[in-house]
Design a protein around this ligand. Structure first.
Ligand SMILES: [Zn+2]
Length: 452
C-alpha cells in the first residue's frame, strides 16, 4: 500500500503513555499505520526522523486571536503557532451577540488559518447564559469562560456590567446542561485588589513585582474555592484556567473527589518559566500576575504529578508600544504561542527530568479530551495526522522578528531553549518544512467543531 507521507524511524512520543522507535504512515490526512523499526513502506514523501521526536501536534488550549489586528491575526498568529509545532489552538471569543458574530468569525478563521482552531465562548452577560444551550449546539462549542476579574468597577471599565456571582452560578447551571460542558474561570478577586494596589501606587512603585503584590496568589486561590464549590453544587465540571499560584493547586488537590464534578487545572508557560523578579518591567504584566520562583517550582511539581491537565500560552498579540509607559497603564498579556513546546522541553524535560510523554499529554490528548476534539491529540491509526517533529539536539533562540506575529516583542526574547522544531504537519500537510513555513497550501486550517 502506498502512503502520502511517512515519518521514518523516529522516536514516537505517545502522549501520556510511552516513547518508542518506529515510523508513522499517513494517508488522506489521517494516521494510517504505526510501523515498527525497520518496516518499510512506500510513500509520496518520506521525512527522515532519525534521532528526532515525533510528537503529536501541539493544541494550545488558551489563546486570544483577534486581540492584535483582528481578522489578520488568524493568518499571522497561526503561522507563528505552526513554527512552534502547533497544529490546533483554542481561542476565546467574546461578543455581545454571540449568535450573530460567531459564524463570521469562524469563516474569517477558515479563510486564513495555518492551524486548526476551536473557540471558547466568553460569557459576560445574562443573555450569553440564556443562549448558551442553543449556541453550543449550533457552533459545536462545549467550553466557556467566566471572568471573575471583570466584576464591579474593573468590569465596568471594560463595558461589562453583569459579571457577579449570580452570573457565575447560572453559567455553571447552563454549562451542566451542555454535553461535555466545562466552565473555565479567570480566578482573581478583583474586589480586594485595591486594598493592595492603592498603597503601592501611592508609594510610587513601578516594578513588575508590584503587579504581583497588588493581586497576590491567594486572591486567585479564594476564587478557586468559590468556583469549585459552586461547580459541585451546580453539577458542572470546571476548569481553573491560567493557574498561577501553587496555593491554588494545593486547594484543588484537597477539593477533588471522584464522586464530584471535575476540577481541571490549566497553567501557562509563563507561570512555568518567568517570575515577578525577571527584568521584564511592564512587558511582564499579565493577569494573573507572574509569581515568585516558589510558585513556578510548585506548579512544575503539579505537572509532574499529573495534577495539572493542560498547558497553554495565553497568547495576546499586541505591540510592545502598549506595554507602558509604566506597570499600571501597560496592557496585560503578551505573546507566547510559539514557545509552548520549547519551554516545556527546556524547563520540564531537561531541567526537571519530566518524561516527554507526560509533557506532551498536557498539550495534546488532555486538551482533546477536555474540549471534546474528535480525532485529535493522539498518535494512533484513524487520528488526524497532526505532528510536531523535534530535533532534541537542536536549539531554539527566541527573537520576536523571527515570527510573522502581529506582535513585535516577546517576554521570552533572548532565551535559548534546547530542542528545535523542524517540521509541523497538519492533517498530513507539511506546514513547516525544515524550520520554514511552506507557502502552499495557504490557510489549510479548519474549524474544530466539538463532538462530545
Ligand atoms: Zn483570563
Amino acid at each position: 500500500m502506498s502512503h502520502d507521507l511517512v515519518l521514518e524511524n523516529g522516536e514516537i512520543v505517545f502522549p501520556g503513555q510511552t516513547i518508542r522507535r518506529g515510523s508513522v504512515a499517513v494517508k488522506g490526512g489521517k494516521i494510517a499505520a504505526i510501523l515498527d523499526r525497520g518496516e518499510v513502506c512506500n510513500a509520496a514523501r518520506v521525512i527522515d526522523c532519525t534521532d528526532r521526536w515525533i510528537l503529536p501536534g501541539v493544541i494550545d488550549p488558551h489563546t486570544h486571536i483577534g486581540f492584535g489586528d483582528k481578522e489578520n491575526d488568524w493568518a499571522t498568529e497561526t503561522a507563528t503557532a505552526a513554527l512552534g509545532g502547533v497544529t490546533g489552538l483554542m481561542s476565546f471569543w467574546r461578543h455581545d451577540d454571540l449568535g450573530a458574530s460567531t459564524g463570521p468569525w469562524i469563516a474569517a478563521g477558515e479563510a486564513r488559518a495555518e492551524t486548526d482552531f476551536g473557540l471558547h465562548f466568553g460569557v459576560t452577560s445574562r443573555r450569553h447564559v440564556a443562549e448558551l444551550g442553543e449556541l453550543s449546539k449550533r457552533f459545536g462549542v462545549t467550553s466557556i469562560k467566566v471572568y471573575l476579574m471583570y466584576k464591579g468597577a474593573t468590569g465596568a471599565a471594560k463595558g461589562f456590567t453583569e459579571v457577579d456571582d449570580a452570573l457565575l452560578f447560572s453559567a455553571l447551571q447552563a454549562g451542566a446542561k451542555v454535553k461535555g460542558g466545562v466552565v473555565g474561570v479567570h480566578c482573581e478577586n478583583t474586589e480586594v485588589i485595591p486594598v493592595f494596589r492603592d498603597p503601592l501606587k501611592a508609594a510610587g512603585r513601578d516594578d513588575l513585582a508590584a503587579w504581583d503584590e497588588q493581586s497576590p496568589g491567594f486572591l486567585e486561590t479564594e476564587n478557586v474555592f468559590r468556583v469549585a464549590f459552586f461547580g459541585e453544587k451546580a453539577g458542572c465540571d470546571v476548569n481553573i484556567v491560567h493557574m498561577s499560584a501553587v496555593e491554588s493547586l494545593d486547594l484543588v488537590r484537597r477539593l477533588r473527589h471522584k464522586d464530584r464534578p471535575r476540577i481541571n487545572v490549566e497553567t501557562c508557560i509563563h507561570y512555568l518559566s518567568l517570575t515577578r523578579d525577571c527584568p521584564l518591567g511592564p512587558i511582564g504584566k499579565v493577569n494573573p500576575p507572574l509569581r515568585p520562583q516558589s510558585d513556578v517550582d510548585g506548579l512544575w511539581e503539579g505537572v509532574r504529578a499529573g495534577d495539572i491537565q493542560t498547558i497553554g500560552s495565553d497568547h495576546v498579540p499586541r505591540k510592545v508600544s502598549t506595554k507602558g509607559p509604566d506597570i499600571w497603564s501597560a496592557t496585560a498579556g503578551f505573546p507566547g504561542i510559539a514557545q509552548v513546546l520549547p519551554v516545556l522541553i527546556e524547563e520540564g524535560y531537561h531541567k526537571r527530568q519530566i518524561p516527554i510523554e507526560r509533557l506532551a499529554a498536557t498539550i495534546s490528548c488532555n486538551v482533546a479530551d477536555l474540549y471534546s476534539l474528535p480525532g485529535k491529540g493522539r498518535i494512533a491509526p484513524g487520528y488526524d495526522a497532526d505532528f510536531a517533529i523535534v530535533d532534541p539536539a537542536g536549539q531554539t533562540s527566541v527573537a520576536a522578528d523571527a515570527y510573522p506575529s502581529f506582535s513585535d516583542y516577546s517576554p521570552y526574547a533572548g532565551r535559548t531553549y534546547r530542542g528545535a522544531i523542524t517540521h509541523t504537519i497538519l492533517r498530513g500537510t507539511v506546514v513547516v518544512d525544515d524550520g520554514w513555513l511552506s507557502p502552499e497550501p495557504a490557510a489549510p486550517g479548519r474549524y474544530m467543531h466539538r463532538a462530545p
